[in-house]
Design a protein around this ligand. Structure first.
Ligand code: NAP
Length: 286
């Protein structure tokens, strides 16, 4: 396949470029292309003539989105539309990524693709709008919803992945107070990249949920991360309400991955196993 990757310096983008290897005909990040520029997107896709476009760009600052919803909408909703329209014009498949934060967290079982989304904040609204605009553009598309992405190097927008930030705080001797009443499935960026590329080779199109197996709270993830790095410090379990963050988040956002698993593709590992590929063995990295 001839693959074009935008957002190639993000957690997922880096892994997509690595998994796609020689299939990458063009890869770039914000310095090479601003995906909110419809004309630039159309020219890029015209010039490269890809079979598949992977959109790994995102505005991921969940709290800041409450103060600048228009910026979140430009990157997470309008840009996917420009990519979807350009893909449709050239007969290419668009692979776009979305989030568990499109749900309100009131469910008591994992969310299926058909479940009605109801985002709680501006970030979720922008991602849901992006999904809908990609679907409405009328071209061939895969919209892959995932959750709690952990990548080597982490998301620069967020100051590293959650694991990076926990390890940094532990290294600095800062107290660790982590939310214990939000449940989701952590997802290793490299596993997500492998699954996404595999999905392209199937007949599956439309909406598909992909996460690592199992689920946990941020507190459990922090504890497992520190154990993995061999750091023995206490982590205080707190309720989300104690942080009083600007954006509300779903209390429960585990995604049901039955549709992906029914395709006969290799199952994603349990998140604890995957953590080994996302967390350095010692503080400071190895
Ligand atoms: N991170 C999570 O926990 C999580 C959870 C659920 C779903 N997801 C979804 O998974 C996908 C991948 O997320 P990720 O964690 O890999 O994101 P990430 O690490 O934050 O990477 C996003 C990349 O997009 C780039 N970008 C942002 N705006 C751009 C623009 N206007 N033009 C070009 N590039 C731009 C960023 O560059 P800058 O660094 O310069 O901004 C960054 O390199 C996204 O769709 C995200 O919404 C993520």
């Amino acid at each position: 396949m001839r693959a074009l990757v935008v957002g190639s310096e993000g957690q997922l983008g880096r892994e997509l470029v690595s998994v796609l290897a020689d299939d990458v005909v063009w890869a770039g990040d914000r310095a090479e292309i601003d995906v909110t520029d419809a004309g630039a997107v159309a020219s890029l896709v015209d010039g490269v003539s890809p079979d598949v476009i992977f959109n790994a760009t995102a505005y991921n600052k969940v709290d800041q989105a409450e103060a600048e919803p228009e910026v979140a909408l430009e990157v997470n909703a309008l840009a996917p539309r420009w990519l979807a329209l350009a893909a449709r014009e050239r007969g290419a498949l668009l692979v776009h990524f979305s989030t568990d934060y499109v749900f309100d967290g009131r469910a008591s079982r994992p969310y299926q693709e058909e479940d009605c989304p109801r985002p709680l904040g501006a970030y979720g609204v922008s991602k849901l709008t992006g999904e809908q605009l990609v679907m409405a553009a009328g071209g061939e598309h895969l919209v892959i919803r995932t959750s709690g992405v952990l990548g080597r190097g982490g998301s620069e927008q967020k100051g590293g992945s959650f694991a990076d930030r926990i390890l940094a705080r532990a290294r600095e001797g800062k107290p660790l107070r982590v939310v214990a009443d939000q449940t989701f499935a952590p997802t290793c960026a490299v596993d997500l990249a492998v699954a996404s590329v595999a999905l392209v080779g199937t007949d599956a199109r439309g909406l598909v949920h992909v996460t690592n197996a199992g689920s946990c709270s941020w507190h459990e993830l922090a504890t497992a991360t520190l154990a993995r790095a061999g750091i023995d410090v206490a982590v205080e379990a707190i309720g989300a309400a104690e942080l009083a963050l600007p954006a509300r988040r779903p209390a429960y956002s585990v995604l049901d991955t039955s549709r992906y698993r029914a395709l006969g593709l290799p199952a994603l590992r349990p998140w604890r196993e995957a953590l080994a590929d996302c967390v350095p063995l010692r503080v400071g990295g190895d």
